[in-house]
Design a protein around this ligand. Sequence first.
Ligand SMILES: C[S@@+](CC[C@H](N)C(=O)[O-])C[C@H]1O[C@@H](n2cnc3c(N)ncnc32)[C@H](O)[C@@H]1O
Length: 202
Amino acid sequence: MRRFLILAHRVPVSGSFTLNDLAGGAGRMDEIARAVSTAFTLSNDLRRDVELSILVGGDPATAARRIDLVGVRLRHLNPDERSTAALLKNALVRSSAVDRPIESSPGLAVGPVDPPAALREFLARPGVVWLTEAGSPLTLHPATPGDFAAVLSDPYEPTDAERAILVASGAVPVSVGPRSLRTSQVLDVVQNELDRREASPR
Ligand SMILES: C[S@@+](CC[C@H](N)C(=O)[O-])C[C@H]1O[C@@H](n2cnc3c(N)ncnc32)[C@H](O)[C@@H]1O
C-alpha cells in the first residue's frame, strides 16, 4: 500500500466555501483536489493501492476533520479538480453536522480528529517519510513501492507544532528534487519513482 497524509492548513473545516473560489476562500482546496487526483488517477484508471488522508485543521473555531480516501473502494473520483473539490466539500459539510466518522461517498470517510494525535498515529508506522525540500534524495531512499507512507504539506509550511511532531517521530526527511514543488507535483514524482521501482525491482 502507498499511504499519504496531507496537512491542510486553511481549508474551511465546515466546508463552507464556494467551488468558484478554490484557490482563495477555499484555502487552496484547488491544490488539495489536484493532489488527490494525482495520488489516485491514472490514464483511464484509478490506483487501487493508494490510501490518502487529509488533515483539515484550517479553522480553530471548528473541530478539525480527517478525510480518508481508500483507493480500493473509491468511486465518483473524476480527473478534474472541481468535481474532486466538490466531493471533499460534500464530505466536510456532511461531517459538520455529526460528531462521529461517516462515509460521505464510497471510499471516502470523514470524521472529527485531534490533529496532533492523528499526525502521531500516521507517523507511528515504521519508516514514514517526511516529504520536504530539505530532505535527502528520494532516489537514494530505500522505499519499497508496495509499502510506503509519507507526510507532506499543502501550499503552506507545516506549523511549528507539526514540525515538532514530525521531528520527534523520527520520520525521515526526503526530497524529490532541488526545487520547491507544488503538493500535487511532489505526489507525481513520488508515484513515478515508486512505479519505476515496482516495474524494475532493485
Ligand atoms: C508548495 S510546498 C510548501 C511551501 C513551500 N515550502 C514554500 O516555499 O512556500 C508544498 C509541500 O510540498 C512538499 N515539497 C515541495 N517541494 C518538495 C521537494 N522538492 N521535495 C519534497 N517535498 C517537497 C513539502 O511537503 C511542502 O510543504
